[in-house]
Design a protein around this ligand. Structure first.
Ligand code: GTP
Ligand code: MG
Length: 223
């Protein structure tokens, strides 16, 4: 007889979350709501990109935003100024959102009339990569000042996203950031990843980013 049991708690937490995430994706598909999970390190430009995205697409689709942070309502306040429907989620110290928390946020937002929801996840390159939020697609931002070695140090995040935005390219001259090396590193981890260099501040690359979203929202509603 075994002296004691060993419980794989982390594994069951992930399996439970994966089930909830799949159910949430099905609900979103029925509602024709496309959910984009946007992840990155703190300060790499998520909120600035959200503002640019709203500006590019607000006349074509109804947009909602979920802002997730450990504390504060700074980002929700910034987004609310654009007139976009937004909810601030406080994770109470957790460094990621899971599918259950995302579902609560979506219920608060009310998705019946919304075509496209952007979820700005908690700034972190580790935990958010491990938890499926139920999103239709996953995106991440790597900004130039963070350095071109990040795909080597945080491979999971770069492996699970559909699209990588390389932000702050306006600052490229001030950093020894090798864009080709990043592309090569991420393609090794994730051959199907799409890479779009942008400057959320100056607007460069936003047309290509908005086109990617248009296509994905259309594909989602036709599935
Ligand atoms: N030079 C430059 N600065 C940028 C760009 N995008 C964002 N920033 C600046 O980077 C800082 C952080 O931007 P945010 O958009 O708040 O970043 P964030 O990822 O939302 O930050 P957290 O929500 O705190 O994780 C701000 O001072 C922005 O003005 C860019 O393309 N170029
Ligand atoms: Mg932000």
């Amino acid at each position: 007889m075994e002296k004691y049991k060993i419980l794989e708690i982390k594994k069951s937490v992930f399996e439970d979350n994966d089930r909830q995430a799949d159910l949430l994706r099905e609900e979103l598909k029925k509602d024709n709501t496309f959910l984009l999970n946007l992840m990155s390190s703190p300060g790499s430009g998520k909120t600035t990109t959200v503002l640019r995205t709203i500006n590019a697409l607000k006349d074509e689709m109804s947009i909602g935003v979920l802002e997730a942070d450990i504390d504060s309502d700074v980002d929700a306040n910034t987004v609310a100024k654009t007139g976009t429907k937004v909810i601030q989620l406080h994770t109470g110290g957790m460094c990621h959102l899971d599918a259950g928390m995302t579902k609560q946020g979506l219920s608060g937002l009310g998705t019946e009339e919304i075509d496209f929801v952007i979820l700005e996840n908690v700034g972190n390159l580790v935990c958010p990569a491990e938890f499926d939020t139920g999103a239709s697609k996953n995106a991440m931002i790597l900004s130039v000042p963070e350095g071109d070695d990040k795909p080597l140090k945080y491979p999971l995040m770069f492996s699970i996203v559909d699209v990588l935005l390389i932000n702050k390219i306006d600052a490229m001259d001030y950093f020894d950031f090798d864009l080709d090396a990043v592309k090569e590193r991420v393609k090794k981890l994730n051959p199907n990843i799409k890479v779009i260099p942008i400057s959320a501040k100056a607007g460069e690359g936003i047309d290509e980013w908005a086109d990617w979203i248009r296509t994905e929202v259309k594909n989602w509603s036709q599935k």
